[in-house]
Each structure stands twice: as structure tokens, then as C-alpha cells.
Ligand binder design. Structure first.
Ligand code: 6R9
Length: 652
């Protein structure tokens, strides 16, 4: 049963917020009835070099998908995030950097300093041969240099591809190869929970592997973070601080077309390798800025903290681009929530007077598990608004976040969106939307959600279905980098005329949306997306493994855990050591986030006669639900299922 308690909009929010309930209704109607008029006005949130004459040029008619916004307009993203603020807020803090260790001093970077750093770095990139349209890979920890690097690329029209620092050398190599990137920005080491992460050593391996595939990284720019010893390759590796100190601080922003690429961000899909999601300049920035402003009701002087890593889309839109486009003070946190103690997040809130905190349900659940004392030993009186993102939030965690963390005074914005959507899609607005714990509530301006059944028929009123979006919005991804066909087939082929999100969803009698989770083979582990196919291909690459099938199962802390069914090569014996070996193998291959939670050795896997693995059955067994395994008679060997169930139950 879901929690249907309604939390009305607090009066003070309805009064002071940019958007109240009446304005939401009015703007929402206008955004659907007259998208050109609506978005044309909203586009004034940005500074354009040349104002567009055309607003929306989009079509979801399969297979000729067109997505263009403000197509004849020009602008520069870094000028919008930095230069235009210099007149009134040069001395205001743009970025607060809170290091991994509470004993290290935080840094405050003003808009003037940001301008200086980004301009110098942009000049370094130019001097080292980076041109407009070139791809630059960024493999950095959560340090301000990550934001500098993104903005420096934007300043000169290079396309960045940020790779999460937790990814392995192989994952990094794959991403470098896919976009044929010849410039890499990394650090000597990262720091997380007091432990060093060997980023430069990983980067060296990745560069070597990419070279073997014919992609030559010419320069590696290395930020000195820990001072740990690293090898610097003559003629290829450069120290960030030396280059930046030498470079000129004058670098005029390049005039970019609204539809020119801004960044590529790799994300997992249900099949094959991660896809390079491509976002462009004008529509993306407008959407990130507008949602940040309105959903978090950001006002001048507020201190805003999104705890996501810049390696994920949430870090792109809501640590860097949205807040900086709005002239905000955005906090970057290098560390982890439970180190040195589970009070860390709340201590950081107090230390910097944070007003808005935006984090993932998995972090909330783990801090809830640590007990209320850690929270209650801090003040948190600065907090006004809370947010969540990444996965459905269970009502228990919602209530804890609301009551214990926010002391019943902070509305919770449960924001549903995706790497592909660029920004919030279904979300409450603090001055407009009554909340229901666990519901992402109502669509943002311009968003038309549609629930469809298996045949693609749209459902009216309350009901359950697959979540599609009927029309384009400015923040939408434009293509899969280098593979437009994959873009069209992945998102537009199944339900013609609509963008398919991959999520299941219920609409209740009040028109509220409740995301029920992925309906495809994408896992959501601690809010991180992972394809079952990626983990499977890693497992079968192990010499002792002949076959593998991977499914998700409910996990108290992570939301979903990774359950692996593994068939060994003839003559190999199952053992606990081998389980550990396989776990380490996958960690090394993809990264720690892909570490299997459970491995079950199984002599056979349930397959249809045409050889398809029946994941539905594997999911049920992983969930310990044997009641309704469905029709197994179509299986090539129905005995396999009894065997799997027997093995699973024996281990309990
Ligand atoms: C922003 C981000 C996207 C997938 C998405 C859905 C899940 C995200 C959610 C949520 C329920 C929310 N998801 N926010 N589910 N409620 N508020 O997380 O992007 O990494 O691409 O993941 O995450 O399943 O399809 P991304």
C-alpha cells in the first residue's frame, strides 16, 4: 500500500515562492497550448548573443525524429554561468568546496575567481590543440577543478565527456574510444572517506588501452589533489596548476549555436555498451537553469547543496550548470555521507548554512539506519527545502527525511528525471504542490506524460502503465553520440509518436504520478544506472564462466541489489573462493558500483526454445517468490527451474 497522506503547501511557501498553485495551473496550460510563446518567453532567463527567431522544431514521428530548440539562436554556456554575473556578484561565492576530510579547510570560490580559473584553463586547452567540437574527457573527483574543466570546454566550444571517478580503467577506456577523445583531464588521486583513489594510474591504463584500439590521447592534464606519487609521461602529461598559472586569464567565450553539442554523458541501457547521451547548448541550459530556479525556489543569497557527483547527470545539471546559470552559491562535497561519522552531511549543512539539500534515497536510507542521534546532535536550522532523486523513495525514508532531518518544516521535492531528459520532468514545486510521500507528483511545465499499456494504447485517468512523454521539451537529449539509429530505436520505436522512458508508473485519482521502477533490463543500484548486460558480459569474460544471467532484487539500502546466476565451464567447481574471485573481477572490470551482491552457481539457466533467458523467472527466484513462476512449459528444459529453486532454498 502506498501512503496517501497529503502534505499541503505550507502557507509561507505559497506566499513567497515563485510559483504558487494558480500560477502552476496557468503556466502549465500555456506551456502545452502555446509552447512557442511559453518557451520563447522563458528563454529570457539566458543571455543570447543572437536572439533566435524560431523556438520549437520537433517531431516524434518514427523514424524521422527531429529535436531542435531555438535553432538559429547563439550563446555561450560559460558566459551565461560566469561572465554575466560579474557585474553584480563578482565577489559572491560561486562554489563552496567542502573537502573529504572535515579537518581540511573548505574553499570559497567567487564568481571573479571562477572567471579567472575557467578562462586560464580554456586557454590551456586551446594552446594544447583542443578545437571547437573536439571531445575532452574529464575523469576527476568532486573538486572545483571538475567544474572549471566543464566550463572551460563550454567556453571554447569543446564537448566534454565526464567519466565518474569510480569507474575502472576499462570503463574509462571504452568511453574515450567511443567518442574518440584526444584530451584527458584527471587528478593524481581522489579522496573518498579518507582513502585515496588512484585516478592517474587508472587513467594511464585507460590511455594505453585506448591507444591499442587506435584512439590516441595526446595530452593528459593532471590536477594535484593529494600529492601522491604518480608517473608523468614526458611530452604527454602536464600539471594542471603549472599550465593554468602560465596561461592568460583573457579568453573570450566562443559564439555557439543553440544546437551545438555541449556534452556527452555515458549511461547504461538495457542492451550493449553504455550510450553516449548527447546534450546541446541552448535548450539544455535553459531547462537546467529554469528547473533549478523553480523546483528549488532558489533566491539570491541562498546556499544550495546537491550532493551528487559530477560524474552523473544530476551533478551536471544541478551542481554545475543550473545553479551557476542562476548566479547561485553551489556546494561541492568531495566526501561520503558516513565518514568520519554518519553526522557528516548534517555537520556540513551547519558549517555552511545550507538552505537546500538535494540527495538520493539510498543515502537517506543509510543515514536513517545509523540512528537519529547523529542528526539530532546538529542544528540544521538553516535548512528550508529538501530534495531527492535517482530512484523511488520509500515512504519510511521520506517520513524520516521530512520529520527527523527537516523537522517537519522543509517540503521534499521528489524529482523524477533521467540522463536523457537533462532536467526535472515530474516533480513538485514547493509553493504549488501538495506532497504525497513516494510520489514525484505532477509534470513540470511543457511535459506531457502518457501512460501506455503493452500495446501502446494511452490510458486515461487512474491506472498503471509504461511511462512515455508525448512531446519534446528543451532539455531533451538530441542523439546517442555516433549512433543516431540507436537513439531512434531505443526511445521511439516501441511506442510510435512518443518518447519511452523505460520506467513503469501509476497515476492515481488526483493525477499524481508514482514511478514504480524500470520495466527494462536496467538496474538502479544506489541510484546508479547499470545494465544487466554489462555485468553479464563482464562475468562471461572470466575464463571459468560459461554463462551468466543478472537480475535485480529488492535491497534494503541500495534499492536494488545485483543477483548473478553463473554457469561454470565444464570441470570447474563452485566454491566461496570463486565467488569472491568473480566479485573482484566485476569490480575491477566495471567499477565498485557493479559489485555483485549475490552469486548463485547454476548448472543451467531457464531458456526458451529459441534460446532467450527467461529473466522473469530468475527475478522471482532472486526475490524468494516461488508462488507464481508462471508458465514454464515453454522452456527448453523445465527441470532447470526446480534445480534453481532447490539450490536457492538450500542456502537459506
Ligand atoms: C536523474 C537520474 C534515471 C532513472 C529513471 C528512474 C530512476 C530517477 C527518480 C527515479 C523514482 C525518482 N529515477 N529519479 N525513480 N523517483 N524521483 O537519476 O538519472 O541516472 O539516468 O537514472 O532513475 O528509473 O529512469 P539516471
Amino acid at each position: 500500500m502506498t501512503d496517501q497522506t497529503l502534505y499541503p503547501v505550507p502557507e509561507r511557501w505559497a506566499e513567497r515562492a515563485y510559483i504558487d498553485a494558480d500560477r502552476y495551473a496557468e503556466w502549465y496550460r500555456k506551456s502545452l497550448d502555446d509552447p512557442d510563446g511559453f518557451w520563447g518567453e522563458q528563454a529570457d532567463r539566458l543571455d543570447w548573443i543572437r536572439r533566435f527567431t524560431k523556438v520549437k522544431n520537433t517531431s516524434f514521428a518514427y523514424p524521422d525524429i527531429t529535436i531542435k530548440w531555438f535553432e538559429d539562436g547563439t550563446l555561450n554556456v560559460s558566459a551565461n554561468c560566469i561572465d554575466r554575473h560579474l557585474a553584480d556578484r563578482a565577489e559572491q561565492t560561486a562554489i563552496i568546496f567542502e573537502p573529504d576530510s572535515p579537518d581540511e579547510t573548505p574553499r570559497h570560490i567567487t564568481y571573479r575567481e571562477l572567471h579567472d580559473q575557467v578562462s586560464r584553463l580554456a586557454n590551456v586547452l586551446k594552446e594544447r590543440g583542443v578545437r571547437r567540437g573536439d571531445r575532452v574527457t574529464i575523469y576527476l573527483p568532486m573538486i572545483p577543478e571538475a567544474a572549471f574543466a566543464m566550463l572551460a570546454c563550454a567556453r571554447i566550444g569543446a564537448t566534454h565527456s565526464v567519466v565518474f571517478g569510480g569507474f575502472s580503467p576499462d570503463s574509462l577506456a571504452g568511453r574515450i574510444e567511443d567518442c574518440r577523445s584526444t584530451f584527458l583531464i584527471t587528478a593524481d588521486e581522489g579522496l573518498r572517506g579518507g582513502k585515496p583513489v588512484p585516478l592517474k594510474a587508472n587513467a594511464d591504463k585507460a590511455v594505453e588501452r585506448a591507444a591499442a584500439e587506435g584512439v590516441n590521447v595526446k595530452s593528459v592534464l593532471v590536477v594535484r589533489r593529494t600529492g601522491g606519487t604518480v608517473e608523468m609521461k614526458e611530452g604527454r602529461d602536464l600539471w594542471f596548476h603549472e599550465e593554468v598559472a602560465r596561461a592568460s586569464a583573457d579568453c573570450p567565450p566562443v559564439e555557439m549555436g543553440a544546437e551545438d553539442p555541449l556534452f556527452i554523458l555515458y549511461t547504461s541501457g538495457s542492451t550493449g555498451k553504455p550510450k553516449g547521451v548527447l546534450h546541446t547548448t541552448g535548450g539544455y541550459l535553459l531547462y537546467a537553469a529554469m528547473t533549478h530556479r523553480i523546483v528549488f525556489d532558489y533566491h539570491d543569497g541562498n546556499v544550495y547543496w546537491c550532493a551528487a557527483d559530477v560524474g552523473w547527470v544530476t551533478g551536471h545539471s544541478y551542481v554545475v550548470y543550473g545553479p551557476l546559470a542562476n548566479g547561485a552559491t553551489t556546494l561541492m562535497f568531495e566526501g561520503v555521507p558516513n565518514w568520519p561519522t554518519p553526522a557528516r552531511i548534517w555537520e556540513v549543512v551547519d558549517r555552511h548554512g545550507v538552505n537546500t539539500l538535494y540527495t538520493a534515497p539510498t543515502a537517506i536510507r543509510s543515514l536513517m539506519g545509523a540512528g537519529n542521534d547523529y542528526v539530532q546532535q546538529t542544528s540544521r536550522k538553516s535548512l528550508r527545502l529538501l530534495g531527492t532523486v535517482g530512484e523511488p523513495i520509500n515512504p519510511e525514508a521520506w517520513h524520516w527525511y521530512h520529520h527527523v532531518v527537516g523537522e517537519d518544516r522543509c517540503p521534499i521535492m521528489d524529482t523524477w528525471w533521467q540522463t536523457e531528459t537533462g532536467g526535472h520532468m515530474i516533480t513538485p514545486l514547493p509553493g504549488a504542490t501538495a506532497l504525497k510521500p513516494g510520489s514525484a507528483t505532477l509534470p513540470f511545465f511543457g511535459i506531457r506524460p502518457v501512460l501506455v499499456d503493452g500495446e501502446g494504447h494511452a490510458l486515461e485517468g487512474a491506472g498503471d502503465g509504461n511511462l512515455c512523454i508525448a512531446d519534446s521539451w528543451p532539455g531533451q537529449m538530441r542523439t546517442v553520440y555516433g549512433d543516431h539509429k540507436r537513439f531512434v530505436e531505443t526511445y521511439f520505436a516501441l511506442y510510435k509518436g512518443k518518447y519511452f522512458t523505460g520506467d513503469g508508473c501509476r497515476r492515481d485519482a488526483d493525477g499524481y504520478y508514482w514511478i514504480t521502477g524500470r520495466v527494462d533490463d536496467v538496474l538502479n543500484v544506489s541510484g546508479h544506472r547499470l545494465g544487466t548486460a554489462e555485468v553479464e558480459s563482464s562475468l562471461v569474460a572470466h575464463p571459468k564462466v560459461s554463462e551468466a544471467a543478472v537480475v535485480g532484487y529488492p535491497h534494503d539500502l541500495k534499492g536494488q541489489g545485483i543477483y548473478c546466476y553463473v554457469t561454470l565451464m565444464e570441470g570447474e567447481e563452485p566454491s566461496d573462493e570463486l565467488k569472491k574471485e568473480l566479485r573482484d573481477w566485476v569490480r575491477r572490470d566495471i567499477g565498485p558500483i557493479a559489485s555483485p551482491d549475490q552469486i548463485q552457481f547454476s548448472p543451467g539457466l531457464p531458456k526458451t526454445r529459441s534460446g532467450k533467458i527467461m529473466r522473469r523467472i530468475l527475478r522471482k527466484i532472486a526475490e524468494d517468490d516461488y508462488s507464481n513462476l508462471g508458465d514454464t512449459s515453454t522452456l527448453a528444459d523445465p527441470g532447470v527451474v526446480d534445480n534453481l529453486v532447490g539450490n536457492r532454498q538450500n542456502r537459506r
